[in-house]
Design a protein around this ligand. Structure first.
Ligand SMILES: Nc1nc2c(c(=O)[nH]1)N[C@H]1C(S)=C(S)[C@@H](COP(=O)(O)OP(=O)(O)OC[C@H]3O[C@@H](n4cnc5c(=O)[nH]c(N)nc54)[C@H](O)[C@@H]3O)O[C@H]1N2
Ligand SMILES: Nc1nc2c(c(=O)[nH]1)N[C@H]1C(S)=C(S)[C@@H](COP(=O)(O)OP(=O)(O)OC[C@H]3O[C@@H](n4cnc5c(=O)[nH]c(N)nc54)[C@H](O)[C@@H]3O)O[C@H]1N2
Ligand code: SF4
Ligand SMILES: [Mo]
Length: 748
């Protein structure tokens, strides 16, 4: 019999993370902490409440925080292990400069010297080539204070138009679709509305692996009798427990939603009163979907006609419903169309903005919501304002104390910035909280563009694969080393509390920017003493905008376990559910629930457009890419956390047994997956849970294991999101790569 391990930590390490979930994630490292700090997990947009155990300025473990209402103590494997990145041996403690002769290619340098060099290079590039020749790439794992601050830094200190962020790869199709249809970009309901609904429709979301706590809400709904419909090319863990699974061909969601609306109209499963009073554009959409018969829908989507009927009937006849979607719907060159087609069936049902009747896009990154609201997008100013709108510009310039004529206009999206680097238009780059070499599509192109930069400075706490191309690397802060706010999946603004100080020469990210502003002798507007001061300015800058934070205070957040925006005054409690008749809506002024002057939501005609690269004789399979539960994004963080690596150490190519048999491939054996842009040789994972015409590869790895060697840099014309979810590939048997040749077969 196995010996009983001494502590929970050992048990978890030995038996894997599910036990931790089952045990409520209680850890016992055997060491008494100095303090417990209530804060949130640093990883995904669920933003689970946790308590960090701190001893001697080090995070040594976690405890559940049962009172936080969203997750009530529950965590996923990443949350349980997130504490292991604090104090990690790879943590950057100093500034570094590239030096080919130094071991590892970098030489340590003094922090002040590094700041001086960065400022001198910004100055040189901007005076020689103009302000827009220096660009910034930022991230939505940063607190809202930082994202607001960096947006201001770009426009006011550097006066460059070229700033964009990694949410460009994530939430922008959802954001654009929501703005077009509702005039506002936020999940319409709190997640408590999922429990008690009759039908939960989930499109393109691997809920159990990527938004694990949402699983709990969906399952609670099921326990209350709800039917669960899942649309995905893969039978994901949530799909295995659903009532109806629609195994769609990648890139065909608009066709499916058009087909569902067709049946809703045919059977008169419509809320005529709602359509009449609260929407416009229905007649045009009805004309468009007339051609989307079940037969045609089935042909295009690869889903059986019977299942399409069943889904339409359950959705159409429900009294209460909730539609959720994530990147499977949105990561497409027609991602915005997909989102709008989903919204069409919600509007036709009239079930939105009411208890247990709702709609939401599942946020990805920790601050995927707050990070897209206050000005780090290339076309945006704080409060969700538009940088091209003269009134919006004038208001924000007034708050910042700058001449509006000095404020740059809109810049270009993150991938277009890479193209501009390639073309020599952008010559200098600062990146923070973004690992584009792993996360951007067609990354062989990204690599050769980065090599052309005259000067590149990266701010990170680990030396990411992209940071290896930097001239200077500055040691930034981990989430637990700073305070601020983030806005989680429901639109709830919550507090990140500081648990430990930055080690070595590392600095809180916003301090690094202030130091650069000082070295540039442009510190006006960049002399904040703490994140609270930044937040107070952000409140003013957002006031009167659609994304109004002006009534939010740190104290109110703590007292209420978060505040839902809009929150336009200090005596306002916040707005958990949007689109209720009495909910605060600055634009419609009582004319209707939606955020347009007439108060009405927009139906939009959504013609189906096939993916940019379809299969052919040479590349006969569809590749779709995404995530696994134990790894996070570009992997910089989770590939460094031992127990998570043990759980899923390297990418595998999921393929169906029928396809594997046809190609002569066995489970665990090596295959090459090749597109027109690149190839990767990895092991096959033969599973019955994927469509035979589709293969799946997770993207959390770099270099020769990177899925983004294969993906296509096609982008949605409106949102500019890349088409990560479908490109054409061929797959064939491969020899064991030399670096694995001496490993035992039993390890495979
Ligand atoms: N474990 C883990 N959790 C995460 C993250 C992580 O890296 N790891 N990242 C966070 C972030 S930033 C994000 S954006 C979210 C992403 O969360 P999700 O969007 O749920 O995750 P993905 O794996 O990108 O894709 C979701 C599903 O889309 C399916 N899919 C592929 N193509 C199509 C299609 O054409 N139509 C439909 N309907 N489905 C399709 C895939 O099979 C996959 O199961 O997760 C967040 N949570
Ligand atoms: N093929 C394929 N590619 C994809 C996707 C896909 O589904 N398929 N998904 C896309 C999506 S949805 C996303 S969101 C992107 C994500 O792609 P990226 O944003 O490039 O990935 P991250 O791993 O979040 O990179 C963030 C970097 O910032 C650092 N970091 C994290 N927090 C902080 C902080 O507070 N301060 C500082 N200074 N640094 C910090 C981390 O160490 C890491 O190096 O990837 C996209 N790429
Ligand atoms: S990764 Fe997401 S679901 Fe997992 S513990 Fe962290 S916030 Fe919660
Ligand atoms: Mo994302």
């Amino acid at each position: 019999m196995a010996e009983i391990p001494a502590s929970m930590l050992e048990i978890i390490d030995q038996f894997g993370p599910h036990l931790a979930y089952a045990q409520g994630a209680q850890l016992d490292t055997g060491v008494e902490p100095d303090k417990l700090v209530k804060t949130h997990c640093c990883f995904c947009g669920q933003q689970c409440g946790v308590q960090l155990k701190v001893k001697d300025n080090q995070v040594i473990g976690i405890e559940p925080w049962y009172e936080f209402p969203f997750n009530q103590g529950k965590l996923c494997p990443k949350g349980v292990k997130r504490y292991l990145q604090n104090g990690h041996p790879d943590r950057l403690l100093h500034a570094y400069q590239r030096d080919a002769s130094a071991p590892g290619g970098f030489r340590q340098m003094g922090y002040e010297e590094a700041i001086g060099r960065v400022a001198a290079e910004i100055d040189r590039i901007q005076s020689q080539h103009g302000p827009d020749a220096f660009g910034l790439l930022t991230g939505a794992s940063l607190t809202t204070e930082k994202t607001y601050f960096i947006g201001k830094f770009a426009r006011m200190c550097l006066r460059t138009a070229n700033i964009d962020y990694n949410g460009r790869l994530c939430m922008v199709s959802a954001a654009a679709g929501n703005k077009i249809a509702f005039g506002v970009d936020r999940s319409a309901n709190p997640w408590s509305d999922i429990v008690g609904t009759d039908v939960v429709w989930i499109s393109g979301s691997n809920v159990a692996e990527c938004s694990p706590i949402t699983t709990d809400y969906v399952w609670q709904a099921r326990e209350h009798g709800a039917k669960i419909i899942v649309v995905d090319p893969r039978l994901t863990p949530i799909a295995r427990t659903c009532d109806l699974f629609l195994p769609i061909k990648p890139g065909r969601d608009t066709a499916l939603f058009n087909g569902i609306l067709h049946l809703m109209i045919e059977h008169d499963w419509l809320d005529h009163e709602f359509i009449e009073q609260h929407t416009n554009g229905f007649a045009e959409v009805a004309a468009e979907v007339a051609a989307w018969t079940p037969k045609r829908t089935a042909e295009v989507t690869g889903i059986g006609e019977k299942a399409i009927h069943q889904a339409a009937e359950w959705w159409g006849t429900a009294q209460k419903s909730f539609l959720l979607h994530a990147r499977g719907l949105e990561h497409h060159s027609h991602g915005v169309q997909n989102v709008l087609s989903a919204i069409n069936i919600v509007l036709a049902s009239g079930r939105i903005g009411k208890p247990n009747c709702g709609y939401g896009t599942i946020t990805g990154q920790a601050n995927g919501q707050g990070g897209r609201e206050h000005g780090q997008k290339c076309d945006q100013l704080p409060g969700g304002r538009d940088i091209s709108n003269p009134e919006h510009r004038a208001y924000v310039a007034g708050v910042w104390g700058m001449d509006v004529n000095d404020m740059p206009l809109a810049g270009v999206d993150a991938y277009e910035m890479i193209r501009k680097i390639d073309q020599g238009e952008i010559k200098g780059l600062l990146s923070i909280c973004f690992n584009p070499l792993v996360s951007l599509p067609d990354n062989n192109f990204v690599r050769q563009a980065l090599e052309k930069l005259e000067f590149y400075v990266a701010i990170d706490f680990f030396l990411s694969e992209t940071a290896r191309y930097a001239d200077i690397v500055l040691p930034g802060s981990q989430q637990e080393e700073d305070e601020g706010t983030v806005t989680q999946v429901e639109g709830r603004i919550i507090r990140i509390n500081k648990a430990v100080d930055c080690p070595g020469d590392a600095r809180q990210d916003w301090i690094i920017f202030q130091d650069i502003a000082r070295a540039l002798k442009r510190e006006k507007g960049f002399t904040f003493k703490n994140p609270g001061e930044i937040f107070d300015e952000l409140r003013v800058a957002s006031k009167g905008g659609i994304v109004d934070y002006s009534g939010v205070t740190y104290e109110k957040i703590e007292k209420q376990y978060g505040v839902f925006w809009p929150c336009p005054s200090e005596d306002h409690p916040g707005t958990p559910r949007l689109f209720e008749p009495d909910s605060w809506n600055p634009v419609a002024q009582g004319k209707g629930p939606f955020y347009f002057p007439d108060g009405k939501a927009r139906f939009k005609v959504t013609p189906y457009v096939p993916p940019t690269e379809d299969v052919d004789a040479e590349y006969p399979l569809m590749l779709t890419t995404g995530r696994v539960v134990s790894q996070f994004l570009s992997g910089t963080q989770t590939r460094r956390i031992g127990p998570l690596v043990d759980h899923y150490p390297e990418p595998r190519l999921e393929m169906h047994p029928l396809m594997a048999e046809r190609l002569g491939i066995a489970d665990g054996k090596w295959v090459t997956v090749e597109s027109r842009r690149g190839s990767a040789t990895i092991r096959a994972q033969v599973v019955r849970t994927i469509r035979p015409d589709t293969v799946f590869m997770p993207y959390h790895w770099a270099g020769r294991k990177s899925a983004n060697q294969l993906t296509i840099a096609a982008q949605d014309p409106i949102s500019k999101i890349p088409e990560y979810k479908v490109c054409a590939v061929k797959v064939y048997k491969a020899a064991t790569p030399p670096e694995y040749a001496d490993k035992l077969e039993s390890q495979q």
